[in-house]
Design a protein around this ligand. Structure first.
Ligand code: ADP
Ligand code: MG
Ligand code: MG
Length: 252
């Protein structure tokens, strides 16, 4: 089992404290969701876990199986088994989607165990078809001219190819129509195994109808204020964050 452990995490962005003491543990075999209002620090948490330099950790720790992640660069964290699907995936000029994925897979493997081209193509075709993606997607430059839905689908394809231990999925549901949402959910659900854990960040409950989490956490004012099961997301959708704020006596 692999564990991503976050302890009392405080993070500043542009000199302002955004995360104010986040505690969370995600094990392989578990699916966690973080919900919360806009601007509360959800993306800040995902960017900090992956080591984005704009996010300054002022206190606390992040460990992956006891190893201090904060001592590691972005590449090292990816090699250790983390994967981040971003809210706004960026374009990479001159690199095809397939080249990018093959490099990402091989970067995580030892020199004498690199994935061969035939093996790679076989796996790519299988997963691409599973996600109802066209063949030419693989040969296009990464995210260049991809629609919002294609980008999200592609992030899931990358995740399925790279097979991380822990994936952080930041608003993979935003901007998706219902068909794309189903495809993306099918991809994430196919990863469910004792070797895989995920932290899904979402603004809306809808995603969690398709990917049923084991745990739901609510983030408000830069902290996790409540943890429950899948049913809590439904209650939140019905009652809104304001009533939870009142219930907990929060002033954020
Ligand atoms: P969420 O994902 O919950 O909507 P974010 O983590 O994106 O929230 O943002 C939390 C707060 O941090 C917001 O007030 C946002 O404006 C600020 N913030 C996030 N990233 C940056 C950045 N790179 N530069 C300046 N402010 C930022
Ligand atoms: Mg947001
Ligand atoms: Mg966000």
């Amino acid at each position: 089992m692999t564990t991503l452990k976050i302890e009392n995490l405080h993070v500043n962005v542009a000199g302002k404290e955004i995360l104010k003491g986040v505690n969370l543990a995600v094990n392989t075999g578990e699916m966690h969701a973080i919900m919360g209002p806009n601007g509360t620090g959800k993306s800040t948490l995902s960017q900090t876990i992956m080591g984005h330099p704009a996010y300054e950790v002022t206190a606390g720790h992040i460990y992956l199986d006891g190893e201090d992640l904060l001592e590691q660069g972005v590449d090292e964290r990816a090699r250790a088994g983390l994967f981040l699907a971003m809210q706004y995936p960026s374009e990479i000029q001159g690199v095809t989607n397939a080249e990018f994925m093959r490099a990402a897979i091989n970067a995580r493997r030892p020199e004498d165990d690199q994935i061969g081209i035939m093996d790679f193509i076989t796996q790519l075709d299988e997963k691409r078809e599973f996600l109802s993606m066209s063949e030419e997607m693989a040969d296009r430059y990464l995210n260049e001219g991809f629609s919002g839905g294609e980008k999200k689908r592609n992030e899931i394809l990358q995740m399925m190819m790279v097979k991380p231990k822990i994936a952080i999925l930041d608003e993979i549901d935003s901007g998706l129509d219902i068909d794309a949402l189903k495809v993306v959910s099918r991809g994430v659900n196919s990863m469910r195994s004792p070797e895989f854990g995920t932290l899904m960040i979402t603004h809306y409950q809808r995603l969690l109808d398709y990917i049923v989490p084991d745990y739901v956490h609510v983030m408000m004012g830069g902290k996790i204020v409540k943890t429950g099961g899948a049913e809590m997301a439904k209650k939140l959708e019905a009652e809104g964050y304001a009533s939870l704020r009142d219930e907990l006596g929060l002033n954020v």
